[in-house]
Design a protein around this ligand. Structure first.
Ligand code: SAM
Length: 276
């Protein structure tokens, strides 16, 4: 008998993947967790029925959450990751030699534990001595920290359950307060095909709070519509003013000095979401 995992990305549309093996399932204190081994994309972390990361395409998402901000900031030493319990964003952050301290705050310790066990190629850097892992609510944490971080990266689930507050204006305003005077933040902001209203709202909020607000995108095949966006808010440094010749060639498979600015060139229907 064949086993297939299906994620309904909308009421009427979804993706399906053939499953080799179900490695673990658990109803945690916050969400339904499963790690499955799929034929096409390898091991896959699923939360509340939604694909969070897969061994085959995770590099795109994790590189694109981290590097545009880490490169735009001239000397990122203290970095905060909100969510990101699979450890992929931390792995990319630690590729920057300037980093002295990287703090990860994920609300669900079970995601961290299972990722370490079943996704070592993603979570294997969470025990680095520069990393502090905190199991807690990122919304609360950010309100308790002022002027402490150079870069804040929000790698949350979609705006459901414990992550709803992480897409609210108050959260972005609190991030502004948690950043130093020349700080930068990036948050994943879903896709323009099925979540255009969310992108419009977040872009409007961030434009009102930060002097520099940008949207960029990447292709992630297992995420809804495959076209994923990221919102950047910056207090001083503009990613479009970065001198590409200053961007070091890093150990990456998606992000590159040439792609840094290209990722901010948006298709017209996506650009329109930022203009309104
Ligand atoms: N890349 C994935 C995506 O774009 O959908 C997200 C992956 S990451 C595993 C998402 C993490 O956000 C989960 O581990 C979840 O526990 C965490 N999370 C959700 N709400 C949170 C909150 N309020 N504070 C901290 N972490 C939260």
């Amino acid at each position: 008998m064949e086993l297939w995992f299906t994620e309904k990305q909308t009421e009427h549309f979804g993706i399906t993947a053939k499953v080799r093996e179900t490695l673990v399932t658990e109803k945690t204190g916050f969400q339904d967790l499963a790690i499955i081994d799929t034929v096409e994309f390898g091991r896959m972390l699923v939360l509340d029925g939604m694909v969070m990361t897969t061994v085959r395409d995770e590099f795109v998402y994790h590189e694109m959450v981290a590097h545009p901000a880490m490169i735009t900031h001239p000397n990122p030493r203290r970095v905060l990751v909100v969510g990101g319990g699979d450890g992929g964003v931390i792995r990319e952050v630690l590729k920057h030699p300037s980093v002295e301290k990287a703090v990860l705050v994920d609300i669900d310790g079970r995601v961290i534990a299972h990722s370490k066990t079943y996704l070592p190629e993603i979570a294997g850097w969470l025990d680095d001595p520069r990393v502090e892992v905190i199991v807690g609510d990122g919304y609360m944490y950010i309100h308790e920290h002022k002027r402490e971080y150079d870069v804040v990266l929000v790698d949350s689930t979609e705006p459901v359950g414990p992550a709803v507050q992480l897409f609210e204006r108050g959260f972005y305003a609190a991030i502004h307060e948690a950043l130093k005077d020349d700080g930068i933040f990036v948050a994943q902001t879903d896709n323009p095909w099925f979540k255009a209203d969310l992108i419009r709202k977040v872009q409007k909020d961030v434009r009102e709070i930060f002097p520099i607000a940008r949207l960029y995108w990447a292709n992630i095949p297992t995420y809804p519509s495959g076209l994923w966006t990221f919102t950047m808010g910056s207090k001083k440094h503009d990613p479009l003013q970065v001198d590409e010749s200053r961007i070091p060639e890093m150990e990456t498979r998606y992000y590159s000095p040439r792609l840094h600015k290209a990722a901010f060139v948006l298709p017209k229907f996506v650009e329109a979401l930022c203009a309104e």
